[in-house]
Design a protein around this ligand. Structure first.
Ligand code: C5P
Length: 353
């Protein structure tokens, strides 16, 4: 990725701007919703007042919980990516499919049949196998003696995409993930600690399931009749604080004071921020109109589609493991969504009467 004036942008500023962008999108839609339901003569000030009152409701604090959880999840993903190789990370991170299902059962009291559990396990294995490197693609075989990434926030745009787990991430992932981290490792730390990485990824998976299901619970349980857009405004609002104080001020404050907030920004960085913000909105729509488990199916299928797109865009070669994993994902999706075998009527005679 091109550097602007020899400087890379700081991920903390991008994460903060991503929340600002998501907040702006959701505030705009909320205001539009409010204006549609208001009398035509209502002054703008009353619209803003209604907006303010709906955002800062008595239960708005509930969104501070997933906001903090998502911040912790992002931080742990950075720890994981700095201590595990890309393939191990991609494979282990799929455990979030199972943690999400577990939290859906325990927190939302959803019941999953044995058939659905089998399909979820198949999905987890399938999407993990899809991402197994087999050496045929350039990014699958990083140089053996290349420096290991040090424990810090990755700087490349590809890392940012990967952290978000968006479709766009997967379009660029194979060609750049490993190099993206290693490329600017002038100060590389030679040690990666796999135990730290694995613990980080397992905790991140647990938090991914918990935060997603908690957000779904707030959306669907709420008596307050608060719209999805207002809930998203609340989530982004509470995410701004850790993103700003922990990321921008504490972590990168010194560098920002020296080189400026927008150091290294170019149109690619702005596009990534826009994708991240839109991706978050899409995730919330998916959770609202379907659920977190369906969202995980959707992201798994998006990985397959984006790998297929990479054949065209990045010379990605279809491998045997890709075919096997892809088939497992498709079969798991079919198994999960198809109705189970109907129970035969217990007493046929009772129908004949
Ligand atoms: O890896 P996982 O599927 O848990 O990631 C979900 C992503 O969606 C997180 O990056 C989170 O910030 C984002 N999200 C969002 N708005 C929501 C729910 C999730 O931006 N309402």
């Amino acid at each position: 990725m091109p550097l602007v004036g020899g400087n890379r942008f700081l991920a903390s500023t991008a994460v903060f701007l991503n929340e600002v962008a998501k907040l702006a999108i959701c505030l705009t839609v909320s205001l539009y919703d409010i204006s549609r339901n208001a009398p035509p003569s209502a002054p703008a000030t009353s619209l803003f007042k209604t907006l303010y009152n709906s955002v800062f409701t008595q239960d708005s604090w509930k969104l501070a919980i997933p906001a903090s959880l998502y911040t912790l999840q992002n931080t742990l993903q950075y720890v994981a990516v700095s201590n595990l190789d890309a393939a191990t990370l991609q494979v282990t991170y799929q455990l979030k499919i199972l943690t999400t299902a577990l939290f859906s059962v325990t927190l939302l009291h959803r019941s999953l049949t044995a058939r659905k559990w089998v399909s979820l396990v198949l999905l987890t294995l399938g999407v993990a196998i899809v991402q197994l490197p087999d050496g045929s693609n350039p990014a699958d075989s990083p140089p053996v003696d290349s420096p290991r990434p040090e424990l810090r926030i990755p700087h490349s745009i590809d890392d940012l995409f990967e952290m978000g787990g968006l479709l766009a991430a997967h379009l660029t992932r194979r060609s750049a993930t490993y190099e993206g981290i290693q490329e600017d490792q002038g100060l590389a730390h030679p040690q990666m600690n796999a135990t730290v990485g694995l613990v980080a990824v397992i905790v991140a998976c647990t938090i991914s399931g918990l935060a997603g299901v908690y957000f779904e619970k707030v959306l669907k349980d709420s008596n307050a009749n608060t719209s999805l857009w207002i809930r998203n405004v609340q989530l982004s609002f509470y995410s701004l604080f850790p993103a700003f104080f922990i990321g921008v001020v504490l972590k990168d404050g010194e560098q920002i004071a020296e080189k400026g907030f927008f150091m290294g920004y170019n149109y690619v960085v702005w596009t990534a921020i826009a994708f991240q913000a839109l991706g978050g909105v899409v995730v919330s729509l998916c959770v609202n109109y379907a659920d977190n488990i369906a969202k995980n199916f959707a992201t798994s299928i998006s990985i397959i589609i984006s790998c297929l797109a990479s054949v065209y865009f990045f010379d990605f070669k279809i491998t045997f493991s890709f075919l096997i994993g892809g088939a497992m994902v498709m079969f798991a999706t079919y198994l999960y969504s198809s109705p189970g075998r109907r129970q035969p009527p217990r007493n046929i005679a009772s129908y004949e009467k």
